[in-house]
Structures are given as structure tokens and as C-alpha cells.
Design a protein around this ligand. Sequence first.
Ligand SMILES: Cc1cc2nc3c(=O)[nH]c(=O)nc-3n(C[C@H](O)[C@H](O)[C@H](O)COP(=O)(O)O)c2cc1C
Length: 234
Amino acid sequence: MNIHEALYTTRMMRRLRPDPIPLESQARILDAAVRAPNGGNTQRWHFVAVDDPALIRKFAQLFRKARDVEYHKFANGSGPMAAPAPGADPAAHADTMRRMKVSGDYLADHFEELPLLIFVFAIDDLGGANIYPAIWSLLLAAHAEGVGGVMTMVLRNVEDRVDELLGVPVAQGWKMSAMLALGYPRGTWGVAANRRPVQEVSSRNSWDGPFGVDVPQPLWPPQREAIPALSAAG
Ligand SMILES: Cc1cc2nc3c(=O)[nH]c(=O)nc-3n(C[C@H](O)[C@H](O)[C@H](O)COP(=O)(O)O)c2cc1C
């Protein structure tokens, strides 16, 4: 897989098979993740792989509870999912939320079948900035192994219980950044096309300055000649 295919098609996969992920694959995935950039190369990160079915069952219950909390926030108009970006189409946001809920419901309902969870911890993750490169590398490396997954944060709603179940040395400053649910996908990877195009979210030289190039559709896979991939704006 070339780098562009990986970047364009590494979607969040929530419908996953129960088949175990071999340890050698897990090693390659984590080994790629720890190559990620991080501030000062302090590498204040720790990854807890969970494949014990009894423990996964406990996390399944917690996950459903934590998700209820998150959707309660959403219903009250708070939390990270509530508001689309200024200028974005509210109907498109509502549609995204509907789809995400359906696929999230599947994940929650089949959580016990997941073969692998990876809990990602960091000390002072700088609002996520210091850990997301590693998480994204992990998901890209997983894709290279044919393994899909989703990054979730809802378990942070019950993080004390997570820390307790995993024996996290909280006093040292470790805090859960995310939990990644991993497995071989039931579906196929496709291009993340449901994104606002570059020219709507980019500008040049000032906030209102046109970016200068319109990108009417994703530039990967390479376009057929008949469809102009790029058009100069204006
Ligand atoms: C910071 C962050 C937190 C996220 N939290 C969750 C989550 O708790 N549950 C979930 O199902 N997906 C979660 N996601 C995945 C997003 O919902 C997903 O990336 C987005 O809907 C776009 O879908 P796509 O990546 O499949 O194109 C999270 C992603 C990020 C970057």
C-alpha cells in the first residue's frame, strides 16, 4: 500500500471480526507507533494491550455506560460532537452524527467480540498534541496489517474505573488519552470522502484570503484524465 492510499483510506472501522491479531502483527503495529514525533522525544507514552476476554467483557459494560454519558452531553448540546464547525452545513453534520451513532451502536453491541483493545496513556499529552501522532501511526500501521479499528475517547468519562482495572500508576501523572478498539474489519476500507474540501477550510495570507486552488474531489486515487483534478480558483 502506498502512503497516499493509507492516508486516504484509513477510516475508523467499528464493525470488526473476533479473530485474534497475531502477536507479531501487534509488535509491528506498536513498533511503528513509537517512531512517531513527540515533544522533546520524551516518549511519555504507554500502551496497554488488552486481549483477556474477561477483561474485555468488563470494559464492554463500562464502554456502554461511558457512551450513554457522552450521548447525554450531546443531547444537552455540550461535548465535542455537539456543534459543527462554523460555516459547515448543519444538515451534513446531523447526517454524520446519525451514521456515526449507527456504527457506534454496532461497536458497543458487539464489544465483547473485539479481539484487542489498546489503551493509550500519556503524561501531559499537551491537549492530545503529544500523543495523536503516535495514535495515528498506530492506526496506519494496523491498516498495513489488514487490521482496522477506531480511536475512542468515551472511556475517559469513567477513567477512574479504567485506571483501577488496568492498575495505572496515576500518581506518576499517567492519564488515558484514548482507547483503540482493533480487529479485522467486516467491511472494506474506502476513501474518507465526507470531508469539507480544501478550499473551504483553507486560506492564504489572511483568514479570508482565497486558498487559490479548488479541489473538487479527493485527489486519490489518481483521477481519470476527463475529470480535472485541480482547478485554479477564481
Ligand atoms: C479525538 C478523537 C476522538 C474520537 N472519539 C471517538 C469515540 O469516542 N468513538 C468513536 O466511535 N469514534 C471516535 N472518533 C472517530 C471519529 O468519529 C471519526 O474519525 C470521524 O467520525 C470521521 O470518520 P472516519 O475517520 O471514519 O472518516 C474519534 C476521533 C478523534 C480524532
